[in-house]
Write a protein that binds this ligand. Structure first.
Ligand SMILES: C[S@@+](CC[C@H](N)C(=O)[O-])C[C@H]1O[C@@H](n2cnc3c(N)ncnc32)[C@H](O)[C@@H]1O
Length: 300
């Protein structure tokens, strides 16, 4: 993905969306905004991820400080949910300018479950007040920034180090698997240095082949030849669990835990594996997601 220009990805998406409209087909992004990228669905994921941090976060009802999301995507649902959960400042950055305001509105249109799902992290009155505040912006990026939810793209985590701002939460969801391996140590090192003392890092990495994750989640482990940056963007970078653990441990000075690392047995591994995966344990190959968590030391 990093070989594309900052504008080329949205342009391709806009073109595909226009072709779908002309052909009378439902735009898959609109469908995603109402289904797995809806505010409801993303609130469920956020609540689950935050629950792993437990008491390391400020309790519900207390100001939670500043959150940084790396990899906004098109829908901004996690940035909105972080704000609703009590982060007064949410900076959400993306390497590519991908946000589509109509998709943001579609994702946030009719939340039904979010107030229940987020209830461990925000009391009901605050949930309603904060969501209303977001609604009054009509999800216009300029007006959102006035509430504290700032979208910055194209932007890189490393560029934020030049500012003094540090974050109580550094968060990403299904982003790191798209980063080309040569760039992973740099991104992990910078994003960890952006944590405030006592700040929490939470990253969910999807380790499945994004081409057909339901039926063939490990297809990309077969010998395919050079795995380009574009393939990392489209299907994932193929990095397996043991390698991720080493990246986290070696690129940062934090003590990482991995409280969620499911192993899938319902789908086949390729008959032949690419050389770099030969010799890895089967559970390593079959791990289909990884939640990485660390807490920055508090200043003495
Ligand atoms: C699969 S999307 C997920 C977006 C969002 N987190 C969501 O779940 O809807 C991955 C996003 O990460 C962004 N991304 C990839 N590498 C990045 C990097 N090094 N820094 C910031 N964003 C990055 C991509 O541009 C893309 O928007």
């Amino acid at each position: 993905m990093s070989s594309a220009t900052a504008d080329s990805v949205p342009l391709r998406r806009r073109l595909a969306s226009w072709v779908n409209r002309v052909r009378g087909r439902e735009d898959p992004n609109q469908r995603a905004a109402r289904q797995h990228r809806s505010f409801d669905a993303m609130s469920g994921i956020l609540a689950w991820m935050l629950s792993h941090a437990g008491e390391r976060l400020q309790p519900a009802g207390r100001p939670r400080g500043r959150a940084l999301e790396i990899g906004t995507g098109q829908f901004m649902a996690h940035a909105a949910a972080l704000y609703v959960c009590g982060y007064d400042r949410v900076l959400t950055i993306d390497r590519y300018r991908q946000v589509v305001p109509s998709l943001v509105r579609a994702s946030l249109e009719t939340p039904v479950l979010a107030r229940r799902l987020l209830s461990p992290h925000v009391d009901h009155d605050n949930y309603v007040a904060r969501l209303r505040r977001l609604e009054t912006t009509q999800y216009d990026l300029g007006r959102l920034a006035e509430t504290g939810v700032e979208y910055r793209a194209p932007a890189e985590a490393s560029a934020l180090l030049a500012d003094d701002e540090r974050f109580d939460l550094v968060f990403s969801y299904t982003v790191l698997e798209h980063v080309p391996p040569s760039e992973i140590p740099g991104l992990l090192a910078s994003s960890s240095r952006l944590l405030a003392p006592g700040g929490v890092a939470l990253h969910l990495i999807d380790l499945e082949d994004h081409r057909d994750p339901r039926a063939d989640p490990f297809a990309f482990l077969s010998p395919i030849g050079t795995w380009s940056d574009e393939a990392c963007g489209e299907r994932g970078n193929r990095v397996r669990r043991s390698r991720w653990r080493r990246y986290f441990q070696e690129a940062t000075s934090l003590n990482w835990t991995f409280p969620y690392a499911p192993v899938r047995h319902d789908a086949p591994l390729p008959a032949r594996l690419a050389t770099e995966f030969q010799g890895l344990e089967e559970t390593d190959l079959r791990t289909s997601a990884l939640l990485a968590m660390a807490v920055a030391p508090r200043a003495d």
